[in-house]
Design a protein around this ligand. Structure first.
Ligand code: HEM
Length: 501
C-alpha cells in the first residue's frame, strides 16, 4: 500500500516537473504569439502539452471534424480567435479585410502547417510547394486552363451532360446525389485532363469515387488528431492499413492512365512540340523536359484530380438540391435557359452568358462553400490593419463563416441569388465571397468548374424539374474533411419535364 502511494507521489512529481519544463519553454519560445493572442478571443483556453487547445474538438459532438470545430469556436468563443494545434499557433478569421491582406501579401503565400498532413498523398505538389517553386509550376500548368483549352474540353462536357440525362432517365432517384455527380466529374476529368477518349473510358470510375470518398473522410481524422502521425496510423492501426489498401487500388488506376499517356507520347513523334493543345497530363509529364519522377507525376496529377472532382461534384449536388427547395428560383432559371437557348444545342458562349445561372451557382457556393477552410503561414510579421500577426503564425481563413458573416450579408441564411446579379455585384464587399480562394494562389480550375456546372445544370433543367423536401439548409448535417461532406442523406427527385410546357 505504502509502496503504491510512493509510486503515485513519484509519478505526480515527474508529471509536475514535465509540466513545469513544458510551460517554461513554451512561454519563452512562444512569447510573441502569446502576446498577440492575449488581445484575441480564446486566449484563456488552457494550452495542454501535445494537444494545445484542440481538446475543444470533444465538445463538438461525436463526429469530430474541422468544420464542427470552427462552428463551435464561432458560437462559443467568437471570431477572430486563437487556436493551438499542439504548439503551433493558429489565428482564425472571418474578416474580409484581414483575409484580403493575407491572400495578397508576399509573406503570406506559404501554406499553413496542417497542409503538411496532405504530404502523405501529395508530397510536393502545386498546392503545397514553397512559393518560388509554385510560381514555375503554376505558369506551366496554366496552359491547360486557357480559353482555347476550355473550348476544346467543352464538347466533352456537353456530351457527358447528355449521357448524365440518359442515366437519370433510366435510373431511379435513389442514388446518392453526391455519388452520382462524383462519378460524372471523375469521368469528365479523365476524358479532358488525361486526354482519354470515350472508348477508353474506364468502367470503374464509380469505384474510384467511392474509394477516394472513404479515403478523404479517414484522412480528416489524421489531420485533426495531433497525437497521430500519419506513419503510425498507416503502419499500426487496422483502419489505417485498410485505407492504405484502398489508396493502393486508387493508385493503380491512376498509374494505368499515366502509363497509357506515356506510351502515346513515345509512339507519336513530336507529340508535344507539334501540338498546341496539350492536356494537363501531357504538361505534367513534360514539366521541365520530363524532369518529374514517376512518383512526382502521379502526385501532381493526383492532386489535380482530387481538387477538380469532389469539389465540383458537391457544388453541383448542393445547387440542384437548393433549386429543388426553391421552385420559384428554379422556374426563373429554367425560363432564362429556355429564352436564351430554346431547343438549340448549348454552346460555351451561351452557357457563359446566363446571368441568373451564374447568380444561382454563386449563391449556392456562398451558403455551401465546398472548401470551407484555408490556411496560410506568415513568413514575416504581417500588419493586419492595426494588429501585427507574428512571423510563423498560421492564419486560418474561415470561408464558411465569412460567407455567412452578417457584417457583409443581409439575411445571411437566405438563399437569394439576386445578390449576385450584375446590377447588385457592386454591393458585395471585397473578399467577402471567396469560394475559389483569391489572390495569386487561388483555384486554377475555377472557370472550368463554372463552365461544367453551368452546362450540367442547364441540361438538367431542360429535361427535368428538381424537387427536394428540405425546408431549410439547417437540415443539412454538414461536416468537413478537406471539402464539405453531408452526414445525412439529402432528398431530391428529378421529374421528367414535358418540353411543351
Ligand atoms: C466548384 C469547384 C471548385 C472549388 C470550390 C475549388 C476551390 C478551390 C480553393 C478554395 C482552392 C485554394 C486552396 C488553398 O489555397 O488551399 C483551390 C485550389 C486549387 N484548385 Fe480548385 N476548386 C474547384 C474546382 C477545381 C477544378 C475543376 C480544378 C482543376 C481542374 C481545380 C484545381 C485546383 C488546384 C490545382 C488548386 C491548387 C492551386 C494552387 O495552389 O496554385 N479546382 N480550389
Amino acid at each position: 500500500m505504502l509502496f503504491c502511494k510512493n509510486v503515485a507521489v513519484f509519478l505526480i512529481f515527474i508529471l509536475f516537473l514535465y509540466l513545469c519544463r513544458f510551460y517554461i519553454f513554451f512561454i519563452y519560445k512562444k512569447r510573441r504569439f502569446l502576446k498577440f493572442a492575449y488581445n484575441e478571443k480564446g486566449f484563456f483556453l488552457p494550452i495542454l502539452p501535445q494537444i494545445g487547445t484542440m481538446y475543444v474538438a470533444i465538445f463538438t459532438g461525436t463526429q469530430i471534424n474541422p468544420l464542427s470545430i470552427m462552428d463551435w469556436m464561432y458560437k462559443k468563443i467568437g471570431l477572430p480567435c486563437s487556436l493551438w494545434v499542439g504548439t503551433d499557433y493558429y489565428y482564425i478569421s472571418m474578416d474580409a479585410d484581414e483575409i484580403k491582406t493575407i491572400l495578397n501579401h508576399s509573406e503570406g503565400y506559404g501554406k499553413a502547417d496542417f497542409y503538411n498532413k496532405f504530404r502523405v498523398f501529395f508530397k510536393d505538389t502545386l498546392l503545397t510547394v514553397p512559393y518560388d517553386q509554385w510560381k514555375v509550376r503554376r505558369r506551366h500548368f496554366t496552359k491547360s486552363f486557357k480559353p482555347n483549352m476550355l473550348k476544346m474540353y467543352f464538347p466533352t462536357f456537353l456530351e457527358q451532360s447528355r449521357q448524365l440525362i440518359k442515366e437519370i432517365e433510366v435510373q431511379n432517384n435513389n442514388e446518392c446525389i453526391f455519388e452520382r455527380f462524383s462519378k460524372y466529374t471523375y469521368t469528365n476529368f479523365f476524358l479532358t485532363h488525361a486526354g482519354l477518349d470515350e472508348t477508353s473510358k474506364f468502367k470503374d470510375m464509380n469505384r474510384l469515387g467511392v474509394l477516394l470518398g472513404s479515403i478523404q473522410s479517414e484522412f480528416g481524422r489524421i489531420i485533426l488528431d495531433p497525437l497521430m502521425t500519419v506513419r503510425l496510423y498507416f503502419k499500426c492501426l487496422p483502419k489505417g492499413k485498410n485505407i492504405f489498401e484502398k489508396l493502393k487500388e486508387a493508385n493503380t488506376f491512376i498509374m494505368g492512365v499515366i502509363e497509357r499517356k506515356k506510351k502515346q507520347m513515345k509512339e507519336v513523334k513530336g507529340y508535344i512540340e507539334n501540338n498546341k493543345e496539350v492536356c494537363l497530363l501531357d504538361l505534367v509529364l513534360n514539366f521541365q523536359n520530363n524532369m518529374f519522377t514517376q512518383k512526382q507525376v502521379y502526385e501532381e496529377f493526383g492532386l489535380f484530380q482530387g481538387a477538380a472532382t469532389e469539389t465540383t461534384a458537391s457544388s453541383l449536388a448542393f445547387t440542384c438540391i437548393l433549386l429543388g427547395m426553391y421552385p420559384e428560383i428554379q422556374e426563373k432559371l429554367y425560363q432564362e435557359v429556355r429564352n436564351a437557348l430554346g431547343d438549340c444545342d448549348l454552346t460555351m458562349e451561351a452557357v457563359e452568358s446566363l446571368p441568373y445561372m451564374e447568380a444561382v451557382i454563386f449563391e449556392s457556393l456562398r451558403l455551401l462553400p465546398v472548401i470551407p477552410l484555408l490556411g496560410r503561414k506568415c513568413s514575416a510579421d504581417i500588419d493586419l490593419g492595426g494588429k501585427i500577426l507574428p512571423k510563423d503564425s498560421n492564419f486560418l481563413i474561415d470561408i464558411y463563416h465569412l460567407h455567412r458573416n452578417p457584417k457583409y450579408w443581409k439575411n445571411p441564411l437566405k438563399f437569394d441569388p439576386t445578390r449576385f446579379l450584375p446590377e447588385n455585384v457592386k454591393n458585395i464587399y471585397p473578399y467577402s465571397f471567396i469560394p475559389f480562394s483569391n489572390g495569386p494562389r487561388d483555384c486554377i480550375g475555377k472557370r472550368q468548374a463554372l463552365i461544367l456546372m453551368k452546362t450540367t445544370i442547364a441540361n438538367i433543367l431542360r429535361n427535368f424539374r428538381i424537387i427536394s423536401n428540405h425546408k431549410s439548409i439547417l437540415e443539412f448535417q454538414l461536416r468537413s474533411c478537406v471539402s464539405i461532406i453531408v452526414a445525412n442523406k439529402l432528398h431530391y427527385e428529378f421529374i421528367p419535364r414535358n418540353r411543351q410546357n
